[in-house]
Design a binder for this molecule. Sequence first.
Ligand code: NAP
Length: 328
Amino acid sequence: MSKRLFGKIALVGTGLIGSSLARIICREGLADHLAIASRSVETLKRAEELKLGDSNSTDANEAACGADLVIVSVPVGASGAAAEEIQPALKKGAILTDVGSAKVSVIAQMQPFVPEGVHFIPCNPLTGTEKSGGDAGLADLFENRWCILTPLEGTDPTALEKLSEFWRRCGSNIDTMDPQHHYMILALVSHLPHIIAYNIVGTADDLETVTKSKVIRYSATGFRGFTRLAASDPTMWRDMCLHNRDAILEMLARFFEDLASLQRAIRWGEGDKLFDLFTRARAIHSSIIEEGKNIDASGHFGQAVGHPQVARTSDRPFATTPARSLPT
Ligand code: NAP
């Protein structure tokens, strides 16, 4: 079977995700021609040095011209402007996709600029590292990770299968999901942990009685590992909070409820209750680790814990789930 999937692929944005895709597209020979676009001359120059594509331009429109697959890989807040820029270049029958972590917002931003006859299929690869930029890209970033496709109503099944095959060739496991559901799932498995990590680092910094050197010295007890997510890119996480706002607020509300219950148990010395809660949480954690064992071996982290539960919960609307995730 031929390895080539597309004649021309255009990549708009060559940061962590874009450059990782470029490396895989080249390694796997997924296209005859890979056109790279990045807005700044410095980033483009670096992409050239890294030999990420066959052609390079600061003009996304030029890169997208005649492409069979166009992948927008810019911060979520910039996806609408990117779609507007490439709109005139998109050819009939082309597949347009993105990799943004907040699907509802990306769809609202990009869809108005999708020309008739172009297949717009939003995606979100559930992977990442705390690094950003073209140098941080990895050819195995998507290996054994989930890629969620959020097709819109009326999506052409052939185009959907072709894009799924592309992600499979990148090493990903595929799942499709309603954008609204993606919104809630990601808020829980990815956005909430990042927000908590950012916040707890801030809390430590605010504690005047605890010096920074002590925090650093004793952080191996859990703090360092727990706060690893706080090393993530501030632009991306600002955009996540702004563009996945309602889902994040909903998850934070649930989290506060559970935390308040835990706080109360601690205040009133309810040892049995605490023991039951921690025992139950440990069992849930073990099952998560067990289910994700095979696909988390790569050591990448990022948006989500890439385990099958992400897919399995897709038929259960969050609005009807009980407010508490753990019994109290
Ligand atoms: P990144 O490493 O920071 O790279 C961002 C890229 O977008 C760079 O090429 C940058 O070009 C370009 N860019 C930045 N602002 C722009 C703007 N206003 N208009 C046009 N281009 C702009 O980011 P990333 O981590 O690859 O993230 C890209 C997308 O992937 C985001 O939508 C994110 O939600 C999604 N994603 C990220 C992860 C992750 O863990 N990082 C995981 C899954 C999905 P210049 O350098 O020239 O400014």
